[in-house]
Design a protein around this ligand. Sequence first.
Ligand SMILES: [Zn+2]
Length: 294
Amino acid sequence: MAAPISGTQAPGYYRIKVGDYEVTVVSDGGLTLDHTLFVGDEAGAEKLLRDAHLPKMGIPTPLNTWLINTGKQLILVDAGGGTHFAPSVGRLPQNLAAAGISPSAIDAVVITHPHPDHIPGVITGDGNMLFANATLHVQEDDHGFWTSSEIRGKAPEEFRGFFDLAVNAIKPYAAAGKLSLYKDGTEFAPGVRAVACHGHTVGHSMVRVSPSGGDFLIFGDIVHCAALQFPDPERGVAFDTDPAMALANRKKVFDMVATDRLLFSGGHLPFPGLGRATKSGKGYVFVPVIQGEM
Ligand SMILES: [Zn+2]
């Protein structure tokens, strides 16, 4: 039977139960990155990418955010790129709507790190709070770094826009008295807490979700390309503020999730960005969650 070619996709959200809580991975869309942004020998990168059926240039790079429903509070972790990289990014509002969530229902937004693909989505195109009733939680060292005009002035020209995007996103929340600075161990809700994992930025943090009966780790941006960095964790990314610390923490977190067989998600893992890791050779194998598993 003839049928029209629809050209549309299912909305980008995916739900899992984590003990008493529900976590919804909500897609903000995706970006592309080139292999030249990653540390390591080119021949090795080419082989890893070819084996993963990925191009060397313009590697598809998803952008995930997470909505944690504790039953009493709605906490969003990261908010995507907003209008900055539209239209490939900035799909959080439409995917939240598809998931039945109004931005005004969200109580808190926790930012793993205030990079241009994680924080600009907290504001509307005209610079107002998208999440009108939410407290914005930014790690204290990251806040100090990304709002410093002195550090901005010393940064390479191509990174100065990063500072402006962070400042603009934070501004309306600070003006409304809705900005809160967090540190290692800060608890955003019972069983939802920050875990320091610095290096990608000076305050980059993970969020551990461990309510009664569940345990889940949102590890933020320790991985920007699963196909390159699980098999070879030494392959860092150009955006790391402190590459040595970022590498040490990537190895530490990979070891922990593999040893503890812990379910995790990351900002740039293939949507829905949920899986586990198994040690293999000098690196790890990423094992995605199978739809219907939970
Ligand atoms: Zn990112």
